[in-house]
Design a protein. Structure first.
Length: 84
């Protein structure tokens, strides 16, 4: 049985913008994405007409380069810039 990718589970330091959305770090990438989805659901930011799109609020705009709408497949791309 293959081992889990330990790099994916390694706790990462978060930028202040990302911490405002997901809470204080460090935390693994998987936990960051999970917490972003918790935030999106809690604030009802998923587009009702196209569930693949996220309508960003001020906190998410800081993470997603100021874009007003982000496709759910782009979440990892934008959050990686806020992890170190």
């Amino acid at each position: 049985m293959p081992k889990a990718n330990s790099a994916f589970m390694k706790p990462m330091n978060l930028s202040p913008e990302l911490e405002a959305v997901v809470g204080n770090g460090p935390m693994p990438r998987s936990e960051v994405v999970k917490n972003i989805w918790v935030y999106i659901k809690k604030h009802n930011l998923q587009d009702p007409a196209n569930k693949r799109n996220i309508n960003t609020d001020d906190k998410l705009k800081a993470v997603f380069d100021g874009k007003p709408v982000v496709n759910m497949l782009e979440i990892a791309k934008y959050t990686s810039k806020h992890l170190s």
